[in-house]
Write a protein that binds this ligand. Structure first.
Ligand SMILES: [Zn+2]
Length: 234
């Protein structure tokens, strides 16, 4: 009959495999939920849109205002040279008005140049942000698919390992199984250690000949002198 310790060691092998897959499944769930790269790219795009908008509005306003000024200057100029205005004071006032309008037009045109530059910069930033988002989303979609596939594969493996575990556990005496379960957390999933050349493979401590003998007899669970794990033969 196979020693209980050896059966427990085999069970532990299955449990370690299940734990590894569960850990990875947990990571995958986190990765799928937290798509930080896409969120960051989306935020950058929104910011680019928000900073461009006021410059576009100012650009349109300036265009309109300059157009209005040009019309006004033309109307006043036409009036001035129409021959209908003969009063010198009135003519001089109109001349002054045209000059003032032209000065305002020149100032607005200076500002317009500056604003157009900002719009151009803003559009370049916006296009870059759009490109970045598109790229990030393509990568995310690809890796999401990979993650979903991995998730499915791991879930299948866990199901089959759990079936294996159930069968393996049935071969073990309830007290031995209980002992194993009670040590699992404290021993970080490895309550059983192999004894090779009379030493524990996990902590390296050499065992007394009495312990070695008991382990070889396999009639009881024997703890390692060093780490307290159940010693099993390979
Ligand atoms: Zn040990």
């Amino acid at each position: 009959m196979t020693a209980q310790a050896t059966l427990l060691y085999q069970l532990q092998g299955v449990d370690v495999n299940i734990a590894k897959r569960r850990q990875r499944l947990k990571e995958i769930t986190t990765l799928l939920a937290d798509d930080k790269a896409t969120a960051d790219a989306r935020a950058a795009l929104t910011q680019a849109e928000d900073s461009l908008k006021p410059w576009q509005v100012r650009n349109r306003d300036l265009d309109l205002e300059i157009k209005g000024l040009i019309d006004k200057i033309k109307t006043t100029n036409d009036m001035l040279y129409s021959g209908k205005v003969r009063n010198p004071k009135e003519m001089q006032d109109m001349q002054h008005e045209i000059e003032a309008l032209q000065k305002r037009q020149s100032n607005l045109e200076d500002e317009l140049l500056e604003v157009m530059l900002r719009v151009e910069e803003g559009q370049a930033t916006l296009e870059a942000a759009q490109g970045q988002l598109k790229q990030v989303m393509a990568v995310a979609a690809g890796s999401k698919m990979d993650l979903h596939n991995e998730q499915e594969r791991l879930a299948g493996e866990v199901r089959s390992l759990e079936a294996t575990r159930g069968a393996a556990a049935q071969l073990i005496e309830p007290t031995a199984l209980q002992k194993y379960e009670s040590m699992r957390v404290a021993k970080r999933g490895q309550p059983v250690a192999l004894m090779v050349d009379e030493g524990c493979t996990l902590c390296g401590v050499q065992q007394t000949s009495n312990i070695v003998l008991k382990v070889r007899e396999g009639r009881e669970l024997v703890p390692c002198m060093g780490c307290g794990r159940i010693l099993a033969l390979p």
